[in-house]
Design a protein around this ligand. Structure first.
Ligand code: GLY
Length: 383
């Protein structure tokens, strides 16, 4: 008997087969068509896209009247994939660094440092949204497939590049994670640059938020105010690397830590299988070991996009919230050079960069509620 969701079942459907179109809905957002996958489509579409040969150079090509195929395997290396449109310049910086050093960790660190330095980005590094006391506390982690190494910092203050602090934890200590003041002191001892992370614009917004809280308590919708950079890379040898960095939930309780510095939560790299990263509401990722789960689904043979979809479905099955309230997004790559992403709502975009090209793509979506600002949280008036 063929089990529903088994690799055999996944390979059993083709575009044009009875029921295929019924299983897929789509709609136009900003002039682009977004796929909304139903359960049955998810169970059948992977094999269809892989076998239909509808892609060129690894990027999805839409044929009129057909659903978008799953991204097929890329050949170029490094393959770099990261969250949101702001991931594209970060990927390109990572590619540049890789060209100089040939080192995947250098590339991940350099790419994420670019985003951390971008003052207009309201959710990563300097310019990030502060906590309820007006203090910017940052989370980051890094992983290297070879040796299964990891480093992480959480709730770190004053340090401009938490991704570099995470790498130093990995490379210079016997530990995996440092938090709070210990992480800050370690970073300073290691010579990392410090500075005031709270920009005048964010300070002003925070003061307005405090005033609004005094008038009437209006809890901030976290999905409206933070986005994370998660970046994964496969190098020319097929080794995998990843990193993640965020300022987290805006106006969070001081000391709150999200999924981004949690190995297996906001990021996971398994050098035999693939790598995955998350963005969105960390509380809804870390309770389910989200990125670890994506990698485990890839271990079972799922395409990266399908693994992201199935992870969100698993979380939605267990979670009391409706799927469109989860505000979670995943991306992943596997050892074959396949990549993909999915969001609990429509609107999640991710960036893919190869030696000769760089693009922003829309992810698969598990509901058609667009609660996430397209393009992530970019405060252009903060520049
Ligand atoms: N995903 C980032 C956070 O929730 O902090």
């Amino acid at each position: 008997m063929m089990l529903l969701g088994s690799p055999q079942a996944l390979k059993s459907a083709r575009p044009g087969e009875k029921g295929f179109k019924d299983q897929m809905t789509s709609r136009m957002v900003d002039g682009q068509r977004i796929r909304i996958m139903t359960r049955r489509t998810f169970l059948t579409a992977a094999g269809a896209s892989v076998t239909a040969g509808l892609t060129q150079q690894g990027f999805p090509q839409k044929a009129p009247g057909n659903p978008l195929p799953r991204p097929s395997a890329t050949q170029g290396r490094p393959l770099i994939v990261s969250t949101w449109p702001f991931g594209k310049p970060a990927n390109e910086r990572a590619r540049e660094m890789y060209a100089q050093t040939g080192n995947g960790l250098d590339a991940i660190e350099a790419g994420i440092r670019l985003t951390e330095s971008d003052i207009s980005n309201a959710s990563v590094g300097i310019g990030g949204i502060p906590n309820a006391q007006g203090v910017v506390q940052l989370d980051a982690c890094i992983m290297a497939g070879p040796g299964h190494r990891a480093g992480s910092v959480a709730g770190i203050e004053d340090i401009l590049h938490p991704i570099s602090a995470a790498r130093l934890v990995m490379e210079k200590t016997p530990h995996v994670m440092l938090v709070g003041d210990g992480a800050r002191k370690f970073a300073l001892e290691q010579g990392l640059e410090s500075g005031d992370l709270l920009t005048p614009n964010q300070k002003q917004r925070w003061m307005e938020w405090v005033a609004a809280q005094r008038r009437t308590y209006q809890p901030e919708k976290p999905e409206d105010n933070h986005d994370t950079i998660a970046m994964v890379l496969m190098d020319e040898k097929g080794d995998l690397y990843g990193g993640c960095s965020t300022s987290g939930w805006g106006y969070k309780l001081p000391g709150r830590v999200g999924d981004s510095p949690i190995i297996g939560g906001g990021l996971y790299v398994d050098n035999e299988i693939g790598a995955a990263g998350a963005t969105g509401l960390g509380e809804n990722v870390m309770r389910y070991c989200g990125s670890f789960l994506v990698v485990e689904f890839m271990r079972q043979g799922m395409h990266p996009e399908e693994a992201c979809v199935e992870t969100i479905r698993r979380i939605a099955k267990l979670d009391p919230r409706p799927i469109h309230d989860l505000a979670i997004n995943f991306l992943a790559i596997n050892k074959k050079g396949e990549y993909g992403a999915a969001g609990s709502s429509s609107g999640f975009q991710y960036a893919i960069t190869l030696p000769d090209q760089s693009r922003v793509l829309k992810s698969a979506a598990l509901s058609n509620v667009n609660e996430i600002p397209l393009g992530g949280n970019r405060l252009t008036d903060d520049i």
